[in-house]
Design a protein around this ligand. Structure first.
Ligand SMILES: *Cc1c(COP(=O)(O)O)cnc(C)c1O
Length: 404
């Protein structure tokens, strides 16, 4: 496929914006990419170089310095833009870096409207801005459109959404919220952290958001062997403003990590489909035991979710009614690795209150109705019967269910 000009264009050139059109179904497009290499290599070459020589004193080539642009990164960015339904994508060193770059658009006195159930690292970054940069941050229930509406004013610069949230699995109607915010303000950007869904399940730009970003550390890469973030936009000016931040602070993704991400993303569709079908079976099993399960296809918000996303994803959580029981379950599993994060081919189990969400103080957790006994499951690609049998023996060992 003609996925860009024959010789790779620099990431700050406007010529990269035109070629990101999807011609095939998403599962075809994730694997469909031409290396554009002079030797027609099947894999995109890694340009492991900091500098590029100029043709002459006055003639610059397409690239000069890897902080500003690198052919491997340009290739990844074009590929990601195509998959995310964007005119431009930017690859940076982590998911948190992606949000950090976006918040450089916010000035002192500006306001950010954000969820009250955000990823912990995002909370930490917003708290820093509120404490040190005079940015006003409103943490509200973003499942409530009327609540969002009442917080939009001329100082609002960003509305930051996650859906579903992790691990409470709250659903925000991104399409309706985007329309409402744009109706009330021409300055507020609707920014969606799409890490939980990946472009396979949801493409926020097609739902009306201005920016979609993801921690590529999770599903996009899929193997937990790199950290990366991708920002995707359609507005050309916004894209070049964000590029300027990345060029200025040097957080563009390193060539080797770009290559690993290009390699990982090829299997995104098959990994995600398998992880999701496994997660569905596990949610059904736990639900069948009478446990309170949180999964986007279960509960009152399932209808909203099914309007904006293709499937429920691969992260679910459940309650046991007793923290000590939950601790015993987590420790009794064999296949499920005790680990933070998600999106990996391996299945992971965690107790968020003791792990990923331990930095939120217990009082705030209680205010946000965060169950201390909540167990999170991030489902991988193993055989579902093995995963369920392992959970079953752990639940029995913990005393939650009787041994069969
Ligand atoms: C992991 C994660 C991030 C942060 O990404 P890193 O790559 O770890 O910096 C942001 N948002 C969500 C929803 C995440 O799960």
């Amino acid at each position: 496929m003609d996925n860009g000009p024959p010789s790779p264009a620099p990431s700050n050139s406007t010529s990269v914006h035109a070629a990101n059109v999807m011609r095939y179904e998403l599962d075809t497009e994730v694997v469909y990419t031409d290396s554009n290499d002079q030797f027609r290599s099947s894999s995109v070459p890694i340009y492991q170089t900091a500098t590029f020589k100029q043709d002459s004193l006055s003639q610059m080539g397409d690239y000069d310095y890897t902080r500003s642009g690198n052919p491997t990164r340009s290739h990844l960015e074009r590929h990601m833009a195509k998959i995310m339904g964007a005119s431009r994508a930017l690859a940076v060193s982590s998911g948190m870096t992606a949000l950090d770059v976006l918040t450089r658009l916010v000035r002192p006195g500006d306001e950010i409207v954000a969820g009250n159930d955000l990823y912990g690292g995002s909370n930490r970054l917003l708290k820093y801005l509120a404490t040190n940069q005079s940015v006003i941050v409103h943490h509200i229930d973003t499942t409530d459109i009327a609540m969002i509406r009442s917080h939009i004013n001329p100082r609002t610069r960003m509305v930051l959404l996650e859906s579903p949230t992790n691990p409470l699995i709250k659903i925000c109607d991104i399409q309706s919220v985007s329309a409402a915010v744009h109706e009330l303000s021409d300055r507020a950007l609707v920014v969606v952290d799409n890490t939980m869904m990946s472009p396979i399940n949801m493409r926020p730009l097609l739902l009306g958001a201005d920016v979609s970003y993801e921690s590529a550390t999770k599903f996009l890469c899929g193997h937990h062997d790199i950290m990366a973030g991708i920002i995707a936009v359609n507005d050309v000016k916004l894209g070049s403003d964000l590029y300027n931040v990345i060029n200025a602070n040097g957080c563009g993704l390193a060539p080797f990590d770009c290559w690993l991400l290009l390699r990982g993303v090829k299997t995104l569709s098959v990994r995600f489909e398998k992880q999701q079908s496994n997660a569905h079976l596990i949610a059904t099993y736990l639900h069948g035991l009478g446990l309170k399960v949180r999964y986007p296809s279960i509960g009152p918000a399932a209808e909203i979710h099914s309007r904006i996303a293709r499937g429920p994803g691969a992260v679910l959580s459940f309650e046991t009614g007793d923290v000590a029981v939950s601790e015993r379950i987590v420790e009794a599993t064999n296949i499920w690795g005790i680990s933070v994060s998600f999106g990996c081919v391996n299945s992971l189990i965690s107790l968020p209150c003791k792990m990923s969400h331990a930095s939120i103080d217990p009082k705030t957790r209680a205010e946000r109705q965060f169950p201390e006994d909540l167990i999170r499951l991030c489902v991988g690609i193993e055989n579902p019967n093995d995963l369920i049998a392992d959970l079953n023996q752990a639940l029995a060992k913990s005393g939650l269910i009787s041994k069969q």
